[in-house]
Design a protein around this ligand. Structure first.
Ligand code: AOF
Ligand code: ZN
Length: 374
């Protein structure tokens, strides 16, 4: 086997970390391998907040063989006593002689102290191996730690002529079953799904993860966890009978200051949690404040934005869309149908919104474009 470079071992640790894609929330996905005399002696990944960290699993698997080994970890070992003990101490006590880290932990409770602890104990530490890949694994955790807001991924399904629904709002279904399964995976990895009240009024979407629509091993991994549902609803128009209010998991309804008390009570009785946000200059919910709330109060890492042209346009205008996943179906819906984004006031070429396309691939008979605002 050619698995002998630090990069190859770190690639293995990243692969392990990915097994926690659907389950570590709000913690980051982390993997660890222990190598001695060019052989793997233990490996592990973080599965679930409250359970042991990746390093602890790898150390347990290695037992006495950890002494003198090199650890490859996708995130800096922690230095704090949180739900579990400091991993830096566990590595030192096990006699690990070198630690290779893909990226420093942006968590202010750690932020370099894990690396410093290891070095002070005489452990050799290398940082930055496959760092880009490690960062890609935890875009939401990093964004929340560095900027106090979640990472926002916008998903949209559109026709080849860039339409997302008929003029009436009818939109089911534009894309095929494989693309819709891909959306289930996007929901499953997200801490929250964000939508506008209009979308719920049109589609009555449940915004849940349906394990039956995923392949079995994935269904097992997500084990019933549902992303938080968040509905932006400035005037509390969400119908009491909305399907999402009857699903397992929580539904937050974000509204602006001074909500109508009767409507509020009606929605709370129906199972919604109403959160009052400051109003923005346009009188609607302040989207920056909402995202800050989701990060600080709800520990939301990744948000999947599944909504119509109005909220999608407003989020884009506010600079709050970090990534777009556009599913393009080989069909035409015509000129009267609804476009992707409402971007009023955009009239000259100088005002256009350029994107960088990161990836394009076929998903069944549809295409998935991953893009980022430039
Ligand atoms: C590691 N290895 O596998 C993970 C780490 O609440 P706790 O105790 O689980 O701590 C969570 C914090 O620990 C999390 O915010 C991040 O800074 C770090 N995650 N660290 O050494 C791991 N998952
Ligand atoms: Zn740890």
């Amino acid at each position: 086997m050619a698995k002998q470079t630090p990069e190859a071992w770190m690639a293995r640790a990243l692969e392990l970390a990915r097994r926690g894609l659907y389950t570590t929330d709000p913690n980051p996905r982390v993997g660890c391998v222990l190598v001695k005399h060019r052989r793997l002696v233990g490996e592990g990944f973080h599965r679930c907040a409250g359970e042991p960290h990746a390093e602890v699993h790898a150390l347990r698997a290695a037992g006495a063989a950890a002494r003198g080994a090199t650890a490859y970890v996708t995130l800096e070992p922690c230095s704090h006593q949180g739900r579990t003990g400091p991993c830096a101490v566990a590595l030192i006590e096990a006699g690990v002689k070198k630690v290779v880290v893909a990226m420093a932990d942006p968590n202010p409770a750690v932020a370099g102290r894990g690396i410093a602890m290891l070095r002070e104990a005489g452990v050799d530490v290398d940082v930055g191996i496959l760092e880009d890949q490690a960062r890609e694994l935890n875009p939401g955790f990093i964004m929340r730690m560095d900027h106090g807001r979640p990472f926002v991924r916008l998903k949209m399904a559109m026709s080849l002529d860039g339409r997302t629904a008929m003029r009436s709002g009818e939109s089911q279904w534009i894309t095929g079953p494989q693309a819709r399964r891909e959306v289930q995976r996007l929901r499953a990895r997200s801490s929250a799904v964000l939508t506008g009240v209009e979308s719920i009024i049109f589609d009555n979407s449940r915004l849940t993860v349906r394990p039956a629509q995923l392949e079995l091993d994935e269904a097992e991994l997500i084990a019933g966890r549902q992303p938080l549902r968040v509905v932006v609803d400035s005037h509390l128009r969400l119908p009491q009978a909305a399907a999402c209010l009857r699903e397992p998991g929580r539904t937050l309804v974000a509204t602006r200051a001074d909500p109508d008390p009767e409507r509020r009570e009606r929605l709370e009785t129906a199972g919604a949690e109403v959160v009052v946000m400051p109003s923005a200059a346009d009188g609607r919910v302040d989207l920056h404040a909402l995202l800050r709330h989701l990060a600080e109060v709800e520990q939301v890492n990744e948000v999947l934005l599944e909504t119509g042209a109005t909220l999608a346009g407003a989020m884009l205008d506010a600079g709050l869309v970090d990534e777009m996943q556009l599913f393009v179906a080989p069909t035409l819906l015509g000129g009267e149908a609804r476009p992707l984004f409402a971007l009023p006031g955009l009239e000259r070429m100088a005002q256009q919104r350029p994107l960088d396309i990161l990836d394009i691939r076929a998903v069944g008979r549809d295409w998935r474009i991953t893009a980022r605002p430039r």
